[in-house]
Design a protein around this ligand. Sequence first.
Ligand SMILES: C[S@@+](CC[C@H](N)C(=O)[O-])C[C@H]1O[C@@H](n2cnc3c(N)ncnc32)[C@H](O)[C@@H]1O
Length: 429
Amino acid sequence: MAEEKKSRILERSDIHAANLVIPERSEESFKKFASPATPSTPLSATLRMGTGVGEASYTRNSSGQANINAALKPFLGEAIRQLDLPKEGPIRAADLGCSVGANALKFADYITDCVRQACRPRSLEVPEIQYFFSDLPTNDFNTLFLQMLALGEEEENEGTAGPGDNSDKPKPYFAAAVPGSFYDRLFPQASLHIINCAWSLHWISEIPESVLDKTSPAYNKGRAWINNGSPAVAEEYSKVSKKNLLAFFTNRATELAAGGLLFVMCLSRKDEERKEIQFGSPVGLSCPMSGLFELAWQDLVDEGLITEETRDSFNIPVYFPSYADIKEAVVATSAFHIKALDIWQDIDFLSAADDKNLIAKPDVYGAMAMNMAKTMYHSLVEAHIGADMASKLWDRVEKHAIADCEKNKAVFCCNSPGANVALVILVKK
Ligand SMILES: C[S@@+](CC[C@H](N)C(=O)[O-])C[C@H]1O[C@@H](n2cnc3c(N)ncnc32)[C@H](O)[C@@H]1O
């Protein structure tokens, strides 16, 4: 009996002894995921919010999104309370494009709290909850789970159980990471009850080939993004976005159980016809991710640090869909009841007090604006021009943000109309 047991339990040393054959993969097969990326590297292998845990991390540069999340979360809570939750088995929820930091962890806490509240008045047994944090494989899931542990410890000290704590109290949820693109299938058929996707759906899956082709009318000459640029370029971006939106809603329709909830928030544009007017003016001009970012690239070109071609071949894969774009994709699936599809216009990401403080301190605002852009775009910029040149670019973004703040006595996204947020609440038929 003892012999039999031994033969079934392989020890570390046995792994060599057993001479297991692991199929070899050539270095070539990993090359496309190597760093630094080449122009042919898929975006899904390059894009990553923030730079680890420092000044430019997403954790430290997402309070604007957190403010809007807090304002719009009650709609999510209400939708969860109206769900017809299963009477048995675990409830499975997922956050797609979770990134790292407090926003993802607060969504997890909020969603799981709402599920428990929804069960109480209907005398349903409080279910176990499985919560999937999903993002591209490049996301820093390790940091996210360490943050969860830290939160768990804090809550334990305060006497409340957290998801990452090691105590024997019931867990608020069982956490797991799911790496992959939300434009593909991520979960088994009809396996999820709640999906949340915040601030992510405006990231498109690829830069259209024609935008990179110097001979094409859609070559993005003189720019790194599309806002206030050429309509032909924006048109090509819109085709990718259209394909992406349909794939996103189709795949979610497959993954949600009947009666399941899909909650989406993403940046959106107001102008249905003119696709190149993403932010509009004047907010786009003062935006560290748009107008100021373009000025910084132009500085590098003017100073002879990079060629025009280097700048022109860099493109940000972001496209803000309009109300009609989103509705068309949802309706095409025929899979959802639309509970809400609203565009919240002219959103102010900061409080009036924050705006006032920052306007009085342009240097502080300059660093903040630069870090906001850096947290979004750094991985892509660095892959294109390398770390040294990227750092020069960020210096120039900061300089332009300070100058803009001093000149206009305003900071990005305050008192300037332009940023719109789409709120989509769908229930699977
Ligand atoms: C601005 S963060 C959103 C973070 C968070 N949801 C929040 O509320 O603050 C956008 C996230 O979307 C992710 N993302 C972009 N394209 C994606 C895709 N195709 N599939 C999955 N995640 C994607 C990025 O990696 C990034 O972490």
